[in-house]
Design a protein around this ligand. Structure first.
Ligand code: NAD
Length: 473
């Protein structure tokens, strides 16, 4: 059944959009229409930003305890409407139900609550010999998100913005706008004052420049592709707005000599296959000692076989479709390119079950003998495609790991954590996962180089939404 959303959420009210243009949200599991949402235009942007600017004075003056209470109230509302949020994620981007429940929705609710605990840090001050520093909210923030973890990325921006005392415009990806509209309703019912949170569904490429250059915006927090992130920064630059960029990646994963190969390869394959490979920090370049390449390929193929695509609404499905048919054809083109570039296809590129033919499915795909000059090793594929790359010495592995325009994440599996940590310190990336560690929403997350300049999550993430003021005594 298709749900037709008719309104934007502006200044505490469900507001008819200025234009009657609609955005179609297509279910990538079967190609059917899942929802339609309004397409906000410049008039709607002006109204939302005016509301956010007006609300800032009183909202930023509220106590941290009050804001923490509202964050918990919103989280309670999310718990109560968890099934709707799960359905939105499955229906718009094809995430399997188990993952949508545990990671995309429950994980996001838990992470959102953690910002209630951090709100009190807005009262921290640091005293030096003749001055004191305090933190203040940065102002009106535009929060632009992609489609791959739509609720989690929303929460990673909205949580710290509210905790800090900022007012916001939420701009979800056009492919996955529904969870933001549900959240707006939850926020409304939780009693968040009018104008503090506004939701504009729109096509980013159409309204991005107007939105990000608007005089009433103090900060843009953008998560998405490096290409769009650059456009956002260019639009914001003349107004000297703060821009926090969380962009793409092509993250290396060094399996050092002496590591438990079976455990290390399993971890690496699963890391790439989860969410059908649509994870910005996925460890997509697996570096393996040359003498262990064949063994690594064998293990990788065995693990990949456990990740056969299926209907995302089936509880046992581990991999659903890609989030759109456009993404499916993009990934398929990279697979063909890898074959043409001479990479060895270990598994993937095989015909799928006929029952999946209407969906945007791609089989788990593993290339080996990949060199770092191949396009499949340099560009972000954003699908279930892993590149295994042999190396002769650890020095060479570190050089290959750093030979990328990106620097979002990395991983090291060595004989023990001490050795892995030493290797990790030599990789130019914002995170390094040691010995099979999992994502941690308390730890700062963000990129070096073309992966961005921001840090999200935890106390560092809260500080992104603050200005530092010095009181000179
Ligand atoms: P995208 O850049 O096409 O879109 C992301 C968001 O930006 C969407 O909301 C879109 O509407 C908006 N947008 C597009 N053009 C814009 C413009 N000119 N001005 C303003 N907004 C604009 O990216 P995508 O395809 O939705 O997401 C995939 C990308 O996101 C991948 O590159 C992935 O690595 C990256 N990503 C990064 C992180 C991170 O934290 N570093 C997390 C998730 C995804």
């Amino acid at each position: 059944m298709t749900t037709a959303y008719q309104h934007l959420y502006i200044n505490g009210q469900w507001t008819a959009p200025n234009s009657d243009r609609q955005i179609r949200v297509v279910n990538p599991a079967n190609g059917e229409l899942f929802a339609t949402v309004p397409s906000a235009d410049h008039h709607d942007i002006d109204a939302a930003l005016h509301a956010a600017k007006e609300a800032f004075a009183s909202w930023s003056a509220t106590t941290a305890a009050y804001r923490a209470g509202l964050i918990h109230a919103i989280a309670d509302g999310m718990e109560a409407r968890k099934d709707e949020l799960i359905d939105a994620v499955i229906g718009s981007m094809g995430c399997p139900i188990a993952l949508a429940d545990e990671l995309q929705v429950q994980g996001s609710i838990d992470a959102f609550r953690s910002f209630a605990e951090l709100a009190g840090h807005m009262d921290d001050s640091e005293t030096f010999d003749n001055y004191i520093t305090v933190k203040e909210p940065v102002g009106v923030c535009v929060l632009i998100n992609p489609w791959n973890y739509p609720l989690s990325q929303l929460v990673g921006k909205l949580g710290p913005a509210l905790a800090a005392g900022c007012t916001v415009i939420l701009k979800p990806a056009e492919q996955t706008p529904v969870q933001d509209l549900i959240l707006a309703d939850i926020i409304h019912n939780a009693g968040v004052p009018a104008g503090v949170v506004n939701v504009l569904t729109a096509v980013g490429a159409d309204i991005g420049e107007y939105l990000c250059s608007h005089k009433d915006v103090d900060m843009v927090s953008f998560t998405g592709s490096t290409v769009a992130g650059i456009k956002v920064a260019q639009a914001a630059a003349p107004g000297v707005k703060r821009v926090c960029q969380e962009l793409g990646g092509k993250s290396p994963y060094i399996i050092a000599p002496g590591a438990d190969l079976a455990a290390a390869v399993r971890y690496g394959v699963e890391d790439v296959m989860i969410n059908a490979g649509q994870t910005c920090c996925a460890l997509t370049r697996m570096l393996v000692p040359a003498g262990q390449l064949e063994a690594a390929e064998r293990i990788a193929a065995e693990v990949a076989a456990e990740w056969q695509p299926g209907n995302p609404r089936h509880p046992d499905t581990m991999m659903g479709p890609l989030s759109s048919h456009a993404q499916q054809s993009r990934v398929q083109q990279y697979i063909e390119l890898g074959i043409n570039e001479g990479a060895r296809l270990v598994c993937g590129n095989e015909p799928l079950d006929a029952a999946l033919s209407d969906g945007a499915y791609v089989a788990p795909t593993i290339f080996s003998a990949v060199t770092n000059t191949m396009t499949i090793a340099r560009e972000e594929i954003f699908g279930p495609v892993l590149c295994i790359m042999p190396y002769d010495t650890l020095e060479e592995a570190i050089t290959i790991a750093n030979d990328t325009p990106y620097g979002l994440s990395s991983g090291v599996f060595a004989k023990d954590a001490d050795e892995a940590k030493q290797i990790a310190r030599r990789i130019r990336a914002g995170q390094c996962y040691i010995q099979g560690a999992l994502f941690n929403t308390d730890a700062p997350f963000g990129g070096y180089k073309q992966s961005g300049n921001g840090r999200e999550w935890g106390l560092t993430g809260l500080h992104e939404y603050t200005e530092t003021k010095a009181l000179i005594i």
